[in-house]
Write a protein that binds this ligand. Structure first.
Ligand code: GDP
Length: 365
């Protein structure tokens, strides 16, 4: 699961990316934090893991992770190939969701590519490039479908849909804001892999002073919120510069630093958690003396497939899952205690795994 960080030059993408990978790497002790200079594997903050790890006195605690990709270089004209634009757009096509960083801070030392801070204009500049790029994809698809549609009803239906999407994009709107009416339409749009159909989180990068009230007194942030609301997208207020400083601190220092700012958790932690949610992901947990670990699955995953995340043999030989909710387990004080109270359930192949399930899989080898 990958998220791409996009935005105009000089809005704070690299600063955010660096603090994400740094914070993720340190808190998780993750060995392969950087695969590639532009790709970072980031731990998903999860208090449950620490508590469960203490409960079992596990030797190792391993968090769930997601990947962030720093997609620099998107500028006006990118879809026309300007500044290696097409390459960057191709990178965005490979991600599952987008974090769009928007500059909401004033700083005369940091040049703005368009001369002034104007969040709405910036968002529209980037989104327009995404729209242009999608229009190209649609046109190619339409050309192909038109040929087939002459004697194929199914293709004729798709062609009508393609026209509808094209008209929508031509109004300067993102595909994600389209009202889709049928299963077919959902299937079609999913198959085009449009940039403007990917879920987006807007990260409003504010100055330090605007952090305390979550950007509510900042007119720039309000612009972003108004825009995002129309798209049903979430907005997160961060200060990339502060996040970079926080990422350098150890846990105790970090806590004090955040308290001084009047915050409970860092903007990065909130952003990572929100990204995880946005991708429709949840974690189930396995725990024992050797290791307590969070495993990532999509909402709706059934027990055998969840087992398969651990090992393909677990899925193939799946018999049943012994499941207890993490909070129930901690409340009972021991596994035996949870079992006595009937809180440890035996679940079969059709069981849909829930966030926070602690699972022991039974399987044949
Ligand atoms: P990118 O081009 O979007 O990757 O932007 P960078 O992360 O390289 O940031 C561009 C410049 O803006 C750098 O000099 C950063 O130090 C500065 N910068 C980034 N975030 C902030 C912020 O929250 N406040 C201020 N004042 N400067 C920032």
């Amino acid at each position: 699961m990958k998220l791409g960080i996009v935005g105009l030059p000089n809005v704070g993408k690299s600063t955010l990316f660096n603090s994400l990978t740094k914070a993720g790497a340190e808190s998780a002790n993750y060995p392969f934090c950087t695969i590639d200079p532009n790709v970072g594997v980031v731990a998903v903050p999860d208090e449950r893991l620490r508590l469960l790890g203490d409960f079992y006195q596990s030797k190792k605690v391993t968090p769930a992770v997601i990947e962030f990709v720093d997609i620099a270089g998107l500028v006006k004209g990118a879809s026309k190939g300007e500044g290696l634009g097409n390459q960057f757009l191709a990178n965005i096509r490979e991600v599952d969701a987008i974090v769009h960083v928007v500059r909401c801070f004033e700083d005369t030392n940091v040049i703005h590519v368009d001369g002034s801070v104007a969040p709405l204009r910036d968002i529209e500049t980037i989104n327009l490039e995404l729209i242009f790029s999608d229009l190209e994809i649609l046109e190619r698809r339409m050309a192909k479908t038109t040929k087939v549609a002459r004697n194929d009803k199914e293709a004729a239906k798709e062609l009508e849909f393609l026209k509808k999407v094209k008209a929508h994009l031509e109004e300067g709107k993102m595909a994600i804001t389209m009202k889709l009416e049928t299963e077919d339409e959902l299937a079609y749009i999913g198959s085009y892999n449009l940039l403007t159909y990917k879920p987006v989180i807007y990260a409003a990068n504010v100055c330090e002073d605007d952090l305390a009230d979550d950007g509510h007194s900042c007119a720039y942030v309000q612009e972003v919120r108004n825009y995002a609301q129309e798209q049903n997208s979430e907005v997160f207020v961060i200060c990339a510069q502060i996040e970079q400083e926080i990422a350098e601190l150890d846990d105790d220092e970090k806590k004090m630093f955040l308290e001084d700012l009047g915050l409970e958790e860092s903007g990065l932690e909130k952003l990572i958690k929100a990204s995880y949610r946005l991708l429709g992901l949840i974690s189930f947990l396995t725990s024992g003396e050797d290791e307590t670990r969070a495993w990532t699955i999509k909402v709706g995953t059934k027990a055998p497939q969840a087992a398969g995340k651990i090992h393909t043999d677990f899925e193939r030989g799946f018999i049943k899952a012994e499941v207890v909710n993490y909070q129930d387990l901690l409340d009972c004080g021991s596994y035996a205690g949870a079992r006595e109270k009937g809180l440890v359930r035996m679940e079969g192949k059709e069981y849909v795994v829930k966030d926070g399930d602690v699972i022991l899989f039974r399987f044949n080898v």
